[in-house]
Design a protein around this ligand. Structure first.
Ligand code: F6R
Length: 588
C-alpha cells in the first residue's frame, strides 16, 4: 500500500503536497517523493526513508510551482531505494506518475515498449505507465486520450495521479485502489484518503472504479472505458481536520486510545431505521457470515459470542481470506457482514465480491466513508470513529464491538437496551484510563525485556486475548499469543516457566474456571497479570477494570492497548509506525 496525492491550484504545491503526504504516511513510509511543474518543467525529488528523513535531505519545499504530485511508498514491486521511489517519469521527462497498486501485466508492456525503443531505469511496475502515455502521445494522441488508452490496457488494481508538463494538467484514475477528489476554491486535490487534504476543503468526490478525473481550470470525471462524462455527487465530510492531528498527544496511538470514550458513544448513535434494516437482513437470512481480517476479525469472533448470548443466534465467523472455501454454503439467502476499518482491505473486498457473485446479501461495518467496501455492499453501517491514523487499530476495534453489540440486541428487539449499555460503558473509559495509566507504564518497564508473553481468557474474554496479543506483538515486537483459558494446557504449557508473563483476562462469569488455568500457569512459575474487576491473591500484578457484563470486551482491551503503547515507548519504538506494517493491506 502507498499514499498518493496531487494538487492543482494557485498555491505553492510543494508545501501542500508535503503536508498531505505526511498525513498519508500511515499507508507506507519506506520512501517518499514529489514532482512539481515549474517554469523549467517537471522537477522530481525522491529518496528512500520516511517523509521527515527524505525532506531533511532534499528540502521538498524548494520546489516552485502550483501543480504537482507526491507519493509515500510501501514497496511491493522493486526493492526500497531511491530509483524505485515515486514519482516516475517517461523517457522524455514530460509525463510523471505516482501510483498505488500493482500493474499485473507490466512485464508484457515493458517488453512492448522496449521494442519501441523505451528504456527503463527502475525495477518497478509503475514505470510502464508514464512511458505508455508518452508512447500514445508520440503517436498523435492528446494527453487525455493517451491516459485513457493506457488505463484500458493496464491490468490489476491501481490508483494513479499523472501529470503532463506540456498540458499543465493532472489526471487521477482508479480501479480497485482508493482515490478521492477534493474540491476547493480554485484548487483541486487528489489523494488516497481524505485526511491528506481535509485542512483545505471538506468537499469530496469519491471516484469509482474505472473513473478518471481531469483537473485543469475546472474538473471533469469520465469513465475511462466508455469515455462518457460522469456527474458525481459532492460529499461534505463530517469530521474536522483537527481529528486527523495529534493535538496534545505525542503519538496518534495514544490519542486514539484516549478517544474511545467518545468514539464508542458515537458508534452507538446509529439511526434506528438503519439498524432496523440491518436487523431485518440478519433475521431474514438463512446463514450469516461475519468476515474480517486482523483486529476486525477479532471483533467478529467477539460478536459471535454476543449474538449467541443475546440473540441466541449462531453466526459463522471467518477470516476474510478463507471465505472462498465456504462457497457451497452461499446462496441468495446468505448474509455476509464485512467488518473493516479502512474498507479497503483486499481480502475483505475479495470475500464480499465473491459473496456477491453467489447472490448473497452484503452488509458492511466500516469506518471510512466512500471506501471500496461501502460501494460494494448493499447496506453500510458507519463506525463513526473519525480518522484512525496510527497503523494499529484501537478505537476502531471498540467501535466495531459497539456496532456489533447493537445488532445482536436489535435482533431481539432490544436496541434501546444496547444503546444504554454502550453509552454507560463509554462513560467509564476516561476514568479507567486515568486510573490504570501509571500502573501500565510501570508494568511496561517490567516486561520490556521479555521474549514471550501469553494472554488467556474464557468466553467473551477469549477474543480479547487474541486481540490483546496482536496489539502487543505488532507494536512492541514481543512474541505474544492469546488463548482460550483451557487451551494452554493442550501444548503451549510447555513454554511456561519461571517468570514468563501471562495476562489473565478475567470476568465475573469466567472466574471459577479461569482460576484453575491461572493456578496451572502459576505452578510453572508464570508471572500473572490479572485484568479483572476484582483482585485475586493469584495475581502478581493487578489492573482493575470495571465489569461491564456483555460489554466486558469493550473495556477489557483498553489496558492492553495502553500496555502495548508503553511497551513500544519503553523499547524506543515508534508506536504509530511499526516495522513491516501499513494501515490497510490492499494486496491479497
Ligand atoms: C491491527 C490492525 C490490522 C487490521 C487488519 C484489517 O492493529 O490494524 O490487523 O485490523 O489489517 O484492517 P481493516 O479493518 O481496515 O480491514
Amino acid at each position: 500500500m502507498c499514499g498518493i496525492v496531487g494538487y492543482k491550484g494557485f498555491k505553492k504545491a510543494s508545501k501542500i503536497l508535503l503536508d498531505s503526504v505526511r498525513r498519508l504516511e500511515y499507508r507506507g513510509y519506506d520512501s517518499v517523493g514529489m514532482a512539481v511543474l515549474g517554469e523549467s518543467g517537471i522537477i522530481v525529488k525522491k529518496g528512500a526513508g520516511n517523509v521527515d528523513k527524505v525532506n531533511n535531505e532534499l528540502f521538498f519545499e524548494e520546489l516552485e510551482g502550483s501543480i504537482g504530485v507526491a507519493h509515500t511508498r510501501w514497496a511491493t514491486t522493486g526493492e526500497v531505494n531511491n530509483v524505485n521511489s515515486h514519482p516516475h517519469l517517461s523517457n522524455n521527462n514530460k509525463i510523471c506518475v505516482v501510483h498505488n497498486g500493482i500493474v499485473e501485466n507490466y512485464q508484457e508492456i515493458k517488453k512492448f515498449l522496449e521494442n519501441k525503443g523505451f528504456c527503463f531505469i527502475s525495477q518497478t511496475d509503475t514505470e510502464v505507465i508514464p512511458n505508455y502515455v508518452q508512447y500514445f502521445i508520440d503517436n498523435g494522441e492528446s494527453f487525455e486520450d493517451a491516459v485513457k488508452k493506457t488505463l484500458r490496457i493496464i491490468k490489476g488494481s491501481f490508483a494513479v495521479v499523472i501529470m503532463s508538463e506540456d498540458d499543465g494538467i493532472i489526471i487521477g484514475a482508479r480501479r480497485g485502489s482508493p482515490l478521492v477528489l477534493g474540491i476547493g476554491f480554485g484548487e483541486f486535490f487528489l489523494a488516497s484518503d481524505v485526511p491528506a487534504f481535509s485542512e483545505c476543503t471538506d468537499k469530496v468526490v469519491y471516484l469509482d472504479d474505472d473513473e478518471f478525473a481531469v483537473l485543469g481550470d475546472d474538473y471533469h470525471i469520465y469513465d475511462f472505458n466508455t469515455g462518457r462524462e460522469n456527474f458525481k455527487k459532492i460529499n461534505i465530510i463530517n469530521w474536522s481536520f483537527e481529528q486527523a492531528k495529534k493535538g496534545e498527544y505525542e503519538h496518534f496511538m495514544l490519542k486514539e486510545i484516549n478517544e474511545q470514550g467518545n468514539t464508542i458513544k458515537k458508534a452507538a448513535e446509529q439511526s434506528i431505521e438503519l439498524i432496523r434494516e440491518a436487523t431485518d437482513l440478519i433475521n431474514g437470512a438463512c446463514g450469516v457470515f461475519l468476515v474480517g481480517c486482523g483486529t476486525s476479525y477479532h471483533a467478529c469472533v467477539s460478536a459471535s459470542y454476543i449474538f449467541s448470548k443475546i440473540a441466541k443466534k449462531h453466526v459463522n465467523v471467518l477470516l476474510a481470506s478463507e471465505f472462498r472455501n465456504y462457497e457451497h454454503f452461499l446462496s441468495s439467502n446468505t448474509l455476509v457482514i464485512a467488518v473493516s476499518q479502512s474498507g479497503e482491505t483486499a481480502d475483505v473486498i475479495d470475500a464480499v465480491s465473491f459473496a456477491k457473485k453467489h447472490g448473497c446479501r452484503t452488509l458492511s461495518i466500516v469506518n471510512v466513508m466512500g471506501s471500496t467496501l461501502t460501494r460494494l455492499c448493499s447496506l453500510n453501517i458507519m463506525m463513526n470513529a473519525g480518522p484512525e491514523i496510527c497503523v494499529l487499530s484501537t478505537k476502531s476495534y471498540t467501535s466495531q464491538l459497539a456496532v456489533l453489540t447493537l445488532l445482536a440486541y436489535s435482533a431481539v428487539d432490544k436496541f434501546k437496551q444496547a444503546k444504554k449499555l454502550l453509552v454507560d460503558v463509554a462513560g467509564k473509559v476516561n476514568d479507567l484510563i486515568n486510573n490504570i495509566n501509571d500502573d501500565l507504564k510501570l508494568l511496561a518497564g517490567k516486561l520490556k525485556r521479555v521474549n514471550d508473553l501469553f494472554l488467556i481468557g474464557r468466553d467473551l474474554a477469549y477474543p480479547s486475548a487474541l486481540e490483546g496479543a496482536l496489539k502487543i506483538k505488532e507494536v512492541s515486537y514481543i512474541h505474544a499469543e492469546g488463548f482460550a483459558g483451557a487451551e494452554l494446557k493442550h501444548g503451549t504449557m510447555a513454554l511456561i516457566q519461571d517468570g514468563v508473563p501471562v495476562i489473565a483476562l478475567n470476568t465475573r462469569g469466567t472466574n471459577d474456571l479461569l482460576v484453575n488455568n491461572i493456578m496451572e500457569v502459576k505452578a510453572r512459575g508464570a508471572f500473572v497479570i490479572g485484568i479483572d474487576s476484582r483482585n485475586n491473591e493469584l495475581y502478581d500484578f493487578f489492573i482493575k477494570v470495571p465489569g461491564a457484563d456483555i460489554a466486558d470486551p469493550v473495556l477489557m482491551i483498553i489496558p492492553i492497548q495502553l500496555l502495548a503503547y508503553y511497551l513500544a515507548l519503553a523499547k524506543n519504538l515508534n508506536p504509530d509506525q511499526p516495522r513491516n506494517l501499513a494501515k490497510s493491506v490492499t494486496v491479497k
